[in-house]
Design a protein around this ligand. Sequence first.
Ligand code: FES
Length: 108
Amino acid sequence: MPNPKVHFLTCANQRPQGHPRGCCADKGAMGVMTAFGQRMQETQKFSTVMVSAVRSCLGPCASGPVVVVYPDNVWYGNVTAENALQIFDSHVNEGKPVEALMLPEGTF
Ligand code: FES
């Protein structure tokens, strides 16, 4: 069983078209996952970093795509593929979150 030091969880929940809450899948979650996968390939950090997509809603749908980073319990919203690379690099290389992209307390 892997024991990653950093785990990026991306909400990839899909809801039917027209659903009032929308969903991260329709807001670019796949692009975020592709960016994380690209960075994993580039860095070869497979023993210490894990990237996962979750098919269940994480809660703050209005701020999707949502990414949660463990074990730090840092939540990001409106993540783009470009932001995902910045988030990955900051957590993995510098050990700190990208504060400007974090969801404010109370929104998740
Ligand atoms: S659908 Fe992603 S947070 Fe709800």
